[in-house]
Design a protein around this ligand. Sequence first.
Ligand code: AMP
Ligand code: MG
Length: 346
Amino acid sequence: MDMTEGCDEALMAQAGEILRRGGLVAFPTETVYGLGGNALDPEASAKIYSAKGRPSDNPLIVHIASFDALPAIVSSMPAEAEKLAKAFWPGPLTMILPRGERVPLETTGGLDTVAVRMPDNDLALALIRAGGGYVAGPSANTSGRPSPTKASHVMEDLGGKIDAVIDGGSTGIGVESTIVDLTEDVPVVLRPGYINMEMLRKVIGEVRMDKGLTSDDPSVRPKAPGMKYRHYAPKADMVIVEGKRENVIRTINRLAAEDIRRGRRVAVLTTDEGAGAYPMGLVVSVGTRKDEITIARHLYDSLRYFDKAGVDSVYSEAFDTPQVGGAVMNRLLKAAGHRVIMADEE
Ligand code: AMP
Ligand code: MG
């Protein structure tokens, strides 16, 4: 089944029916496309893991369509949850809360906490309501690949493995939701996203960033199980080059020339400002440095494009994106398997 924007009620009811019967429906959200299954049905969760090839210790986010649906799936409600929901739901914020008994361990990867969010997308909200109110929805990509920001990305990865895709066009934000853990003494951000630390602090005061996200020490593990895996990655070897602008350009051009001499197909990930500076390889711009939101929106499509073009190595500039909580650099580092080099000095 394929549905286009503004899809009608009968088709949505059908999609809801698929979920109620334990099937899988991919759907658009404001961040990326999700792979939906009934979150309260352990067999549906098992199907999600199997379709994505996702490790079973990597829990799923439960999507709801109203705040009133929350108490039934948590065992207690921290005071911050209500404040954050008022401020940011529907929106790109996921909260980690104590798991209620109705949520099977299959959905939470065996954890006694549950991740919950209310997406800001009318098709997603309609599907959640039609499907019974609780939809487990990880990103609708094959595990390890860049998350899907278009219905065609979903079909590339999961076509033939799922029952339906609701096509809502390109997603607006383009990187996954911010995850904040409310089960610790002080709330902790486990995954950076569009809702940044400053926005959270304004609503709930003190917030920490999970040390596992920023530490170079491999023994300091991220608390969100999914953040420890290589992820968002193109098939090519990817390296991020950091440093002064001129030095980055010179270094990438040197590395590209060396690779091309060795017969490798090379791509460069840059911005509109840098695009003219690279004479070799496939040069891809993620947008202008003046607009972080556009950069975030184009990131995964660009990473997928490298696979389509069949390149062997990708050299990427670094992108500082404080407005989206540093989410672009966080995802880029994971895509590159944390391979970062400093540009040559003059
Ligand atoms: P995705 O579904 O692809 O957006 O990934 C969901 C992310 O949320 C992964 O990084 C998970 O590890 C994380 N997550 C989901 N539930 C929990 C939880 N209960 N505790 C910590 N992290 C979680
Ligand atoms: Mg994902």
